[in-house]
Design a protein around this ligand. Structure first.
Ligand code: FE2
Ligand code: FE2
Length: 396
């Protein structure tokens, strides 16, 4: 996705300068791009006004290419029927993706142990210690600014104790999800860009949830990470249809989810929700994924509105993409649903920009292409003793 360059007419951007007070697009060459990105379907929405102001203040700082070419509008109508085959249900797509998108066994082992009535820190630590790569990564995250604990976390059992079992479960889920969906055609989406967008949304969702004093804010981090994962299932299983949907999206003013519904018969939000169901994840993840593009009159719950708003903010900041080229439709009452004071989104945007680099390093490692991630696929052999698992001091 390319957020329009704003530097043509906007003043020198500065984090200290505070949000702009107008939602008017800049004058000059950038204005057409600006209008195209933000659309004009609901300029009276206060969320739209805040996002426009944030883009004016911060988007040029996120590496937006100045004077990026605007794709020509061809005016082609969307196909009424899918030219590449019959409509498919989200469940059919997920069933056909099958084991390619299955979570590693260790996640289910940890999930089972945490939910067991006699669960213990030692037992959970033992299960985790069978996957040393996962352990090392969890410890690096536990010892990072992401958590900001006052003391060093010295081992995996210590991590279970200090982070808490529920939060650790969510952290394990976040880290194992990143090992899935290899082999996506980079012509469709760059994996680095996809995960950058997802992780930025994770930080934003967690930050907004904290502002709202939600319980277990880590689940919002995972919800942000998962919200677009249906795109990967579609890109992996049906690359030709995906390419058609992306082309239609680029060539028209239609949002990506709308072109997907025309080409596939369903959109990435619905496919992602079906994936959550197949993974037997808690309903919260299914609902936040299913509704992250919902903008109709049905409205959001406060929890799903948080992920919707986080996604909009990250699109505005031009931090990676799942293939979307312009701002998604904004729910008319999203700020009201989330219950944020005007201007709060500015602080969230600053937190995203300040944490994203470190979070990317922690979750994606040193991989430069974003296409190869460590794989956590350890299976726990019966009767064997766990290997040791020490903190990864060398990486700090
Ligand atoms: Fe999306
Ligand atoms: Fe997104």
């Amino acid at each position: 996705m390319s957020v329009p360059s704003l530097q043509v007419a906007a003043p020198e951007p500065s984090r200290e300068s505070g949000p702009a007070t107008t939602s008017q697009p800049p004058e000059g060459a950038a204005s057409a791009e600006f209008l195209r990105f933000f659309g004009d379907d609901d300029p009276a929405n206060p969320a739209h006004t805040e996002l426009v102001a944030i883009a004016r203040r911060l988007a040029p700082r996120t590496g937006t290419t100045q004077n990026a070419p605007v794709p020509a509008r061809t005016g082609k109508p969307l196909p009424l029927r899918n030219p590449l085959g019959p409509p498919m249900s989200p469940e059919t797509i997920v069933a056909r993706v099958g084991t390619l998108a299955s979570l590693p066994n260790i996640y289910f082992q940890v999930d089972k142990a945490i939910n067991h009535p006699t669960s213990s820190t030692a037992r959970i630590g033992t299960i985790l210690s069978y996957d040393q790569a996962l352990c090392a990564r969890l410890l690096r995250i536990a010892n990072s600014a992401f958590y900001g604990f006052a003391r060093r976390v010295e081992g995996i059992e210590d991590a279970v104790r200090i982070i808490g079992t529920r939060q650790l479960h969510d952290l394990v889920l976040a880290t194992v999800v990143l090992s899935q969906f290899k082999g996506i055609d980079s012509h469709l989406v760059g994996m680095k860009s996809f995960w950058r967008h997802s992780l930025a949304c994770s930080i934003a969702a967690r930050s907004i949830a904290r502002q709202r004093r939600e319980t277990n804010v880590e689940r919002f981090f995972v919800a942000g990470l998962l919200h677009d994962i249906g795109s990967l299932a579609m890109y992996q299983l049906l690359p030709e249809r995906s390419q058609l949907a992306l082309e239609r999206h680029r060539e028209s003013d239609k949002p990506l989810d709308e072109t997907e519904r025309a080409v596939f018969g369903c959109d990435h939000a619905a496919v992602g929700a079906a994936l959550m169901t197949s993974w037997t994840l808690p309903p919260f993840y299914r609902d936040s994924t299913a509704n992250h593009h919902s903008s109709g009159s049905r409205g959001h719950t406060p929890a799903t509105a948080i992920v919707h708003l986080a996604d909009l903010l990250v699109q505005t900041l031009d931090l990676g993409s799942n293939g979307e080229q312009r701002l998604s439709r904004i729910s008319p009452d999203v700020l009201e649903r989330v219950g944020l004071q005007p201007g709060t989104l500015d602080a969230v945007a600053d937190e995203v920009l300040s944490l994203l680099g470190e979070i990317q390093n922690l979750f994606l490692g040193d991989d430069k292409t974003g296409s190869e991630y460590w794989v956590s696929s350890a299976r726990i052999p019966r009767g064997s003793s766990p290997p040791g698992c020490e903190p990864d001091r060398g990486r700090r």
